[in-house]
Design a protein around this ligand. Structure first.
Ligand SMILES: *[C@@H]1O[C@H](CO)[C@@H](O)[C@H](O)[C@H]1NC(C)=O
Ligand SMILES: *[C@@H]1O[C@H](CO)[C@@H](O)[C@H](O)[C@H]1NC(C)=O
Ligand SMILES: *[C@@H]1O[C@H](CO)[C@@H](O)[C@H](O)[C@H]1NC(C)=O
Ligand SMILES: *[C@@H]1O[C@H](CO)[C@@H](O)[C@H](O)[C@H]1NC(C)=O
Length: 598
């Protein structure tokens, strides 16, 4: 018997009413999907199932092997969930059922399970006459009593309600799995009609097809080496090379191995100058990278800020990104990217970055250089459009507050602070919580829109988008956010802010393909709420804000997740006003012709 896990995971998005997201009909009754494990972040960041009901583990599952952080083995992949309990089997996982009434409709809950021979677990159903989670009635059955015999293959298993004595099938609150003796992998879970049911189909993903046309190779300038990785902190040109603080890479014997362990947020850089350098004469050339291993990463060419001053924000000012895999030869040994495929201001070139690594397979880099021809037979792919990467407002003397997702309990305070200041701002909103009526966020953003603020996209479940395994998974996040915003708020937008700021070629390409004219909005003023809000020095948020403003930053990132951040908002606004700049929405500060007049 387990007590119900209540507030630990559910503080942000409380329990919603029952909702049917998707169903499969048998003619007279439609089976009801509980979860299809469509998204890791929906389950382990927002803590929702497909019904937008709370779902989570208890936080004690075994650590993921090979990961240095504390991430635990609750792994969503290909519409399946793999759970690995700690060895004493005390970990548990639950999914809430929306107090569904199953009487005379559903015979039970079914799911596919793949588990090693001899695996056992306890299946618990929780009910409550009042639909309250305070003191539910718990009924447990052991998997062996249900006759579940595992053999290492994926099979369909059912939890017939008739097997649970005295079960209140009018008020099904949640399903909880505990005492899991070996790692198990669950397929989609659903209520089934009748007595037996069939496995809920795994949703089929349509692969995203991208253009495969090629362009003829041209002749460019003479070759020069940029990096053969012989020195620790500088490249062959004598300029800086190195990685982000948490980047995991190793230089040895004139090569460099990078394995960012699937953390798509980390980059490694090699510069062609320590100031603005004019790369225009290389426009007809190619960036050549000799490598072995994974080509699942992004190559970016970086541009300095207009003042060519590294002490001004933003630095770099922007960059353009291409997918390494599209430009690799079939032997996966050489990448050739036409410099002209990087759409930046070449007169302000800083250098190149290797980033957006989205698998855990390492890449070994042997050489980075500029060449003027490609080997015969090498086909250069067509350039795919990338949504422009924006860190700064372009309108002279403008300043924009762009506020990301938050905790519904602070929403009213944000609304009244902004109203009192008489400014217009932009909200980047996550889609799934909008559909959960208990968050009240739909009403919050409707009132923001009515007050003249801009509402734009921030993904559906808040994953690091470039880290997602496939283009289809990226599209799922974008399309569901677009439809959640239009369904609840009746608006569309061209503006997207990436969760965690994570950038790479694939997300920018898919954004440009989904929304013509889309803009990919980062920031140049960070209150660093994620770092300071819960520390003993939350006032450092004000210092961070002031520092970035002093360096010329004019585009804010903040959330309304913490009391301190929200209570400092009037001070942030004061600091911004003291610059003499005009405060406005992001579309206005980007001189968007479709933005409302100032
Ligand atoms: C469809 O569902 C109804 C209602 O639960 C059930 O009586 C019937 O047997 C089911 N039919 C099939 C073909 O599964
Ligand atoms: C960088 O270039 C700019 C513009 O050419 C120049 O004004 C500035 O002095 C240079 N900075 C350094 C440190 O050389
Ligand atoms: C929901 O949000 C609206 C709009 O801001 C507000 O008027 C209302 O009071 C909120 N309701 C709750 C229960 O917080
Ligand atoms: C938020 O902070 C203010 C002052 O900093 C305090 O008075 C208030 O109680 C806090 N609210 C919450 C919900 O913690």
């Amino acid at each position: 018997m387990k007590a119900f896990l209540s507030v630990r995971f559910l503080s942000v998005f409380a329990i919603a009413v029952s909702r049917t997201i998707s169903s499969v009909s048998n003619g007279t009754c439609a089976s009801l999907l509980v979860d299809d494990f469509a998204s890791q972040s929906r389950l382990t960041f927002l803590f929702y199932n497909a019904m937008l009901q709370p779902s989570s583990d208890d936080g004690t599952m075994a650590p993921i092997v090979g990961r240095a952080d504390t991430a635990t083995s609750v792994i969503v992949s290909n519409n399946h969930l793999t759970l690995t309990s700690v060895s004493d089997r005390t970990s548990y996982w639950y999914t809430m059922l929306g107090c569904t009434s199953a009487t005379d409709i559903y015979g039970g809950i079914g799911m596919t399970i793949k588990a090693p021979k001899g695996t056992t677990m306890t299946i618990e159903l929780q009910t409550s006459q009042t639909c309250s989670t305070d003191s539910p009635t718990l009924t447990d059955l052991d998997s062996t009593i249900l006759g579940w015999n595992f053999d290492g293959t994926e099979q369909y298993y059912t939890i017939p309600f008739s097997r649970f004595q005295g079960l209140d099938t009018d008020h099904l609150l949640s399903l909880l799995l505990s005492g899991i003796s070996k790692p198990i992998t669950l397929g989609p879970i659903g209520f089934y009609c009748g007595v037996s049911g069939t496995a809920y189909p795994v949703p089929s993903t349509v692969p995203v097809l991208e253009p495969t046309s090629t362009i003829p190779a041209t002749t460019g300038p003479s070759a020069f080496l940029i990096d053969t990785f012989g020195n620790a902190n500088s490249n062959n040109l004598g300029f800086y090379h190195g990685g982000d603080d948490a980047a995991t890479y190793k230089l040895s014997k004139d090569r460099m191995a990078i394995n960012m362990k699937g953390n798509s947020d980390l980059s490694w850089y090699t510069q062609v100058s320590d100031n603005c350098s004019d790369f225009t004469m290389n426009n007809d050339g190619y960036l050549h990278i000799a490598y072995t291993g994974s080509d699942a990463f992004t190559i970016a060419m970086q541009q300095h800020n207009p003042a060519c001053d590294p002490n001004k924000n933003p630095w770099p000012y922007t960059w353009d990104s291409v997918e390494a895999s599209r430009y690799s030869n079939t032997d996966k040994t050489d990448i050739y990217v036409p410099i002209s495929h990087f759409e930046i201001d070449y007169t302000k070139t800083i250098g190149f970055a290797l980033k957006g690594f989205y698998t855990t397979v390492p890449t070994v880099f042997l050489k980075i250089e500029i060449v003027h021809t490609v080997p015969s037979g090498f086909l250069v792919p067509s350039k795919l459009s990338t949504a422009p990467l924006l860190f700064a407002c372009t309108r002279p003397n403008s300043f924009a507050f762009a506020i990301d997702d938050g905790d519904p309990q602070f929403a009213q305070q944000v609304i009244s602070t902004i109203a009192a200041a008489g400014i217009h701002v932009t909200f980047f909103t996550v889609g799934a919580p909008l559909l959960d009526q208990s968050t009240n966020l739909t009403n919050v953003y409707k009132s923001m829109l009515a007050a003249g603020h801009q509402v734009a996209y921030h993904s559906y479940t808040h994953p690091p988008m470039e880290g997602l395994p496939s283009l289809a998974a990226i599209d799922w996040e974008l399309n569901n956010d677009i439809s959640a915003v239009s369904q609840t708020l009746g608006v569309t937008s061209k503006y997207f802010r990436p969760p965690f700021g994570t950038e790479g070629a694939r997300i920018r390409q898919r954004l440009a393909a989904s929304i013509p004219g889309a803009k990919f909005v980062e920031w140049s003023v960070d209150v660093q709420d994620w770092l300071w809000a819960q520390s003993s020095t939350p006032e450092n948020q004000i210092k961070s804000f002031q520092n970035d403003v002093d360096k010329g930053g004019n585009l804010v990132v903040m959330h309304y997740l913490y009391n301190t951040t929200v209570s400092y908002l009037p001070q942030f606004i004061d600091i911004a006003r003291k610059t003499g700049k005009q405060l406005m929405r992001v579309d206005q500060c980007m001189e968007d012709p479709d933005a409302p007049p100032l």
